[in-house]
Ligand binder design. Sequence first.
Ligand code: PLP
Length: 416
Amino acid sequence: MEYDHVREVDPEVADALAGELDRQRETLAMIASENHVSKAVLEAQGSALTNKYAEGYPGERYYAGCEYADDVEELAIDRAKELWGAEHVNVQPHSGTQANMGVYLATLDPGDKILSLSLTHGGHLSHGHPANFTGQLFEVEQYEVDPETGYVDYEGLAETAEEFEPDMIVSGYSAYPREVEWERIQQVADDVGAYHLADIAHITGLVAAGVHPSPVGVADFVTGSTHKTIRAGRGGIIMCGEEHADDIDSAVFPGGQGGPLMHNIAGKAVGFKEALQPAFGEYAQQVVDNAEALSDQLADHGFSIVSGGTDTHLVLVDLRDSHPETTGGDAERALEDVGIVLNKNTVPGETRSPFNPSGIRAGTPGLTTRGFDEAATREVADIIARVVEHHDDEDVKAEAAEDVAALCADFPLYEE
Ligand SMILES: *Cc1c(COP(=O)(O)O)cnc(C)c1O
C-alpha cells in the first residue's frame, strides 16, 4: 500500500501514514482492543461515502441523494441481525461510547442510577466514571470482581443492587478475561426493576462466532464496538428487542449524534460480511486458543494470571507476585522497545495508581489476524517473560527485538 496522492498534497501526513503502516507491520499489536481490518474494510472506510450527509434512517432521510447510503446501511443492519441474532440493530453510533450513550439517552433521565463494574476491576469509562459524562449525569454505584478469584462477584452485585435500587445495571467489560454470566445479571436486573445493558465491545467477534455466550435475547440492550474482535472497522452498534427500537433510533439520531459516518457504516457492512464466512468462526476460535496458550506459557514462566487463566481473547497479568519491583509501566515501556505493543493495566486490589498500575493486559486478536497459532503465540510469551524479567538490560532487549522482527516477517501484514 502506498499513499501517493496524499504524498503529493501533504508529505508530512503521508510520512505519518506510511510510518503507522510500517509500525503495524513491524510490531506485534497486543493491545486487546485492537485488531487489523482487511484491505476491503480499509477501502470501504476510505470511500467517497465520507462526503454524504444521510441524517435519518434508510428510506426516511432528511437529505436527497441517499440511495447508496441506504443500500450500505441496510446491508450493515441485515448482516448484523444475522451475525448476532438481534431483533433490532442500529449501526450509526460513531463509537462504542456513543452506542452506550444512545442506550442511556433512550432509557434514563439525569440523576438516575447506574450500577456498573469499577474501572480498576475491568470496567469502562462510559459505564459511570466521574471523568466521563456518565459519571457527571448519573448517580453511580459499582460492583467488583472477587479479589481472590478474579471472577465477577455476582453475589456482591445482587446485594448492592438490592440496596442501591439502580435504574440500569451495566455488564460487559474492558479487561475481564472470563465468560460473563449474562442470565445471572439479567435476573438481578429483573429482581430490582432495572434495565440491563450488556456492553460486548471487546467480544463482539467472539459472541458472533459463538465462542463466547451471547447476551442477545437475554439483556435488554446490547452494545458493541465494531473495530475490536469483530474486525469490521471503527465504530459502534446497538442491539435490542423490537419494543425498544424507536426509542434507541431516536436517541442515536437526533438524540446524541448528527449525520451518520456513512463511510464507517460501509466498513461495518463489509466486515460483517467477512465475519459471516466460516473462516471467521475458525479465526475466533484461534483467538481464544492463542490467548489460552499465552496465559499458560506466561504462568509457566512464573507470572500470576488474574483469574488463573482466560476464556476470551485477553490475559491480565498481575506483576506483584513475580516482579514486585516492576510496574505495569516498566513492562509496557520495555516491551514497546522490542516491538511488543500492549498496555499497562490496573488489577483487582490495585495497590499502585491507574497511571502506573501493577499489571499488563495482552490480547491475541491482532496476532491471530496475522496467522499466529499457539506455538507462535508461546514464542511471544517467552519473549515477554524475558523482557519483563530483564527490562533494564539492553542486550536482552536487542536480542528480543530481533526475535520480534523475525516473527513479524514470518507472519506478514498488509502484503501488496
Ligand atoms: C472499547 C470499549 C468501549 C468503546 O470504546 P470506544 O473507544 O468509544 O469505541 C465501550 N465499552 C467497553 C467495555 C470497551 O472496552
